[in-house]
Design a protein around this ligand. Structure first.
Ligand code: NAP
Ligand code: ZN
Ligand code: ZN
Length: 347
């Protein structure tokens, strides 16, 4: 076994604290990665706090890992010692079901293994990236292009792909009016990516506090949802809305902003159910959809797209000792726009 320094939660209510965990000895197809940076995703907070159901403790969250390969199994062909690599939300899937074969491993019919809090193939519970090293099958390890720093690339592994995948699936591009709801970790990546895809991008944020940032990141328009005029003046004006909000919102109000055949995609994942009045949908043949991260091939495509377009996350780098404080700031929507842990401070 390989030991790793970690920052983990031991309950849904207590703070995260330093500890050590064990990683498996690498098998023939495994890659050992020394993690340098790990982003803090709001999903880490939902999971640690048991908002999506009961979690396994101790739990080291983190699924935006970026680092360098230090060792490879005998049969590894995709990665070599010294490579700059990343690991996102998934570390295994069956590879045989229709969804895996289609490159949509996140929807594996036999259950994808997620990077933390998931039952691994060997029956152990996975531990995420708030740790100094990870052992992952080579097929779930992504190449980080040279043009991207490891720190600003880390958030692409979840926030980046979670926005890229639905934007591509629902055809964000020239002539499409796209709104991103919530300018946090996911939202700011959504603005950058939708802009790079050529769409006309609007931000729907609770206030105008971050308007200058939103416009700098690539938004064409910026609106405050706390202003009732926003919903009146924008009625029927978007082809695609991607909702990144981590809490319950009034879906009907947002659906009223969709044009004929428009789609609202929820990537935000609050623990409590959202309500929809069907009349919000049938009036203009609107759709309400969901999307979960993206497949491995598309995640690599997204990383290459970001490198090519000069896109990376806007980050605030923190030492591990500030993780609990960072959680409070994320919960207060006080994140600009992703906290990234400097993993060297875990020692
Ligand atoms: P985040 O950084 O906290 O961003 C969420 C943003 O939503 C906030 O910055 C804020 O933006 C807005 N917001 C927060 N509370 C709100 C409220 N009560 N009413 C209206 N707006 C509110 O979180 P994140 O890391 O981007 O994650 C967002 C959500 O996506 C989480 O639920 C997370 O679990 C989920 N997620 C899903 C996937 C997937 O694959 N589907 C992947 C990753 C994350 P403004 O200040 O601009 O209003
Ligand atoms: Zn995430
Ligand atoms: Zn499968």
């Amino acid at each position: 076994m390989l030991s790793a320094n970690a920052f983990a939660a031991t309950s849904a209510t207590g703070p995260l604290a330093p500890t050590t965990i064990e990683r498996r000895e690498p098998g023939p197809h495994d890659v050992v990665i020394e993690i340098e940076y790990c982003g803090i995703c709001h999903s880490d907070i939902h999971t640690v706090r048991g908002e999506w159901g009961e979690s396994h403790y101790p739990l080291a969250p983190g699924h935006e890992m970026a680092g360098v390969v230090s060792r490879v199994g005998d049969e590894v062909t995709r990665h070599a010692v010294g490579d700059r690599v990343g690991v996102g939300c998934m570390v295994e899937s069956c590879r045989e079901c229709a969804n895996c074969v289609a490159g949509e491993e996140q929807y594996c019919l036999n259950g994808a293994v997620f990077s933390y809090g998931s039952v691994d193939r060997d029956g152990t519970i996975t531990q995420g990236g708030y740790t100094s090293r990870v052992v992952v099958n080579e097929d779930f390890v992504l190449r980080i292009p040279e043009a991207l720093g490891l720190d600003v690339a880390a958030p692409l592994l979840c926030a980046g792909i979670t926005m890229y995948s639905p934007l591509r699936h629902w055809g964000a591009g020239p002539g499409k009016r796209v709104a991103i709801v919530g300018l946090g970790g996911l939202g700011h990546m959504g603005v950058k990516i939708a802009h790079a895809l050529g769409a006309e991008v609007s931000v729907l944020s609770q206030s105008l506090k971050k308007m200058d940032d939103g416009l700098r990141l690539g938004a064409d328009h910026y609106y405050a949802t706390s202003d009732p005029d926003t919903f009146r003046s924008l009625a029927g004006s978007f082809d695609l809305i991607v909702n990144t909000v981590s809490a319950k919102i009034d879906l009907d109000a947002y659906l009223s902003l969709l044009a004929l055949d428009g789609t609202m995609v929820n990537v935000g994942a609050p623990g409590e159910p959202l309500e929809v009045n069907v009349f919000s949908l049938l009036g203009r043949r609107r759709s309400f959809a969901g999307s979960n991260i993206g497949g491995i091939a598309q995640t690599q495509e997204m990383l290459d797209f970001c490198a090519e377009h000069g896109i990376a996350a806007e980050i605030e780098t923190i030492p591990a000792a500030q993780i609990n404080e960072a959680y409070e700031r994320v919960l207060a929507s006080d994140v600009r726009y992703r906290f990234v842990i400097d993993i060297s401070t875990l020692a």
